[in-house]
Ligand binder design. Structure first.
Ligand code: HEC
Ligand code: HEC
Ligand code: HEC
Length: 405
């Protein structure tokens, strides 16, 4: 009798799991593609390029080619499984060539893709209609190398069973807005808008799982930091408090310091603000200032978040140049963006050939914007001590040679 009961329980359990599993494996029917037309004007394409760089490229850009052809995302919790972003270049079969403009609008509003899958990372309900058009204009019509058709097949993500079970609970499709989405004007309102669409609040609130995408301010611990993220190397990191609390937040930061921090990824004390914080090089001074103005209006919250420690600058044996270089590479935050191998979100390994002498390689690191407009790398001039360059450059060259570049 007992055994029969046990078997029944087991059977029940299996049935329940199967039911749960099949309910989330069953895909939602895609919504009707919204009637959404885009007239690609030069202004729209420029705005779209900036928005896509700031909002999409960290996840979709292949660090080797610089093209939005997708990659493995290593900065997601391991328990989710293996997550790959997709090829979103215009390639007809392998990219998003087959998406209509309406289907892209529908995906970015509701999170539901053309096949009916819900992709929560793509929900941008607050994006204004103009900015939505700019993003889509850039993806569908720009000649920028980032989105030129790339014949690269997307790798399907392999989510773990727990992730697939949890997905329907956290990844709910959002309604397609009934009317126009238009933010009001004025610095504070514009700042609030940018905090929403650039996703500052997604990372800088209490929990990435307790976000309210339709009413961001209702998110748990809105902007008070503590959200748990993962570095490129899979180490956990908690986000800082962005409210103006003087002791634990940004209360002591001036507007100028804040603007520089966002656009150059450097704190007032010259330490590097490390990845996964994006570098907002394309943000104008006025836009970054608007975010500052808005943060002034958010109620300050006392929340001390433990900082990610910075690596020690000098190794035990300073006479070992490579070991010293490796330490400095971590100390100056190079490692957070370029990873342990030099690849990371951008590949520095070919640099050792491109900049054949140390003076030019040093110049590239000191002032990246001189080599590439809107560079997303901090300007290290005045940040890296002169004596540190020799071991650091040796290390960068060693990474390139090790990667046989
Ligand atoms: C946090 C990382 C992340 C960000 C940021 C992100 N994406 Fe994605 N995107 C993904 C992942 C991962 C997938 C694949 C989904 C999967 O396999 O579960 C994807 C899929 C897509 C798809 C579907 C492709 C297809 O073949 O159906 C489109 C379109 C897309 N993203 C566009 C964008 C755009 C546009 C932006 C910026 C506004 C963006 N994404 C920002 C991670 C991201
Ligand atoms: C993908 C997640 C992510 C997004 C999006 C993001 N941040 Fe961050 N941010 C971080 C992380 C992680 C850190 C900590 C970096 C470190 O460890 O050096 C950080 C650090 C900062 C800092 C430095 C604060 C301090 O006390 O050191 C500021 C300022 C900041 N972010 C502002 C913003 C603003 C404003 C936005 C939106 C425009 C934004 N962040 C978007 C993850 C993010
Ligand atoms: C916040 C992220 C970030 C940090 C920190 C960072 N980089 Fe970069 N780096 C980039 C990006 C993105 C590129 C790609 C081109 C660009 O935007 O400038 C790049 C490009 C480079 C290049 C040129 C590669 C080429 O092929 O031309 C070199 C060299 C380089 N980085 C070295 C370094 C070193 C050394 C450090 C540390 C002192 C460092 N980077 C820190 C993001 C970063």
């Amino acid at each position: 009798m007992n055994r029969l009961y046990g078997h029944l329980l087991l059977l029940n359990g299996i049935l329940l799991l199967t039911l749960l599993y099949s309910s989330c494996a069953s895909r939602r029917a895609p919504g009707p593609p919204a009637a959404f037309r885009v007239e690609p004007t030069p202004a729209l394409l420029t705005r779209g390029a900036a928005l896509v760089s700031m909002m999409c490229s960290d996840c979709h850009r292949d660090p080797v080619t610089g093209v939005l052809s997708g990659k493995r995302l290593t900065d997601v919790p391991k328990m989710l499984g293996k997550v790959y972003s997709a090829n979103i270049t215009r390639h007809q079969a392998l990219g998003i060539g087959a998406y209509t403009e309406g289907q892209l609008a529908y995906l970015l509003r509701t999170g539901v893709d053309r096949h009916g899958r819900t992709l929560p990372m793509m929900q941008k309900p607050g994006l204004s209609d103009d900015d939505l058009r700019a993003v889509i204009a850039f993806l569908k019509h720009s000649d920028d190398p980032m989105v030129r058709p790339a014949a690269v097949a997307s790798v399907p993500s392999r989510y773990s069973l727990p992730a697939r079970l949890a997905m329907p609970l956290v990844a709910k499709p959002l309604p397609y807005p009934a009317g126009p989405v238009q933010p009001d004007t004025g610095a504070v309102v514009q700042g609030k808008y940018l905090v929403n669409v650039l996703g500052c609040y997604e990372c800088h609130s209490g929990s990435v799982l307790k976000l309210d995408r339709l009413a961001p301010e209702q998110s748990k611990g809105y902007l008070a930091g503590g959200g748990k993220l993962v570095t490129l190397e899979g180490e956990p990191v908690r986000t800082p408090n962005l409210t103006m609390d003087a002791g634990t937040g940004l209360g002591r930061w001036s507007r100028t310091q804040f603007v520089a921090a966002l656009r150059e990824s450097l704190r007032p004390d010259h330490s590097v603000i490390r990845y996964p914080m994006p570098t907002y090089a394309q943000l104008s001074e006025a836009e970054a200032g608007a975010i500052y103005a808005y943060l002034q209006t958010v109620p300050p919250v006392r929340n001390r978040v433990k900082r990610r420690p910075s690596a020690p600058a000098v190794p035990a044996r300073p006479e070992d140049t490579l070991a010293t270089g490796g330490r400095l590479y971590a100390f100056y935050g190079c490692r957070s963006c370029h990873g342990a191998t030099g690849l990371g979100i951008a590949d520095l390994r070919p640099a050792h050939r491109k900049y054949s002498d140390d003076a030019s390689l040093q110049a590239r690191i000191k002032n990246p914007a001189a080599f590439r407009p809107n560079s997303r790398m901090p300007k290290f001039e005045g940040v890296i001590a002169e004596k540190d360059y020799a071991p650091l450059l040796a290390y960068v060259r060693w990474l390139g040679k090790k990667g046989t570049f």
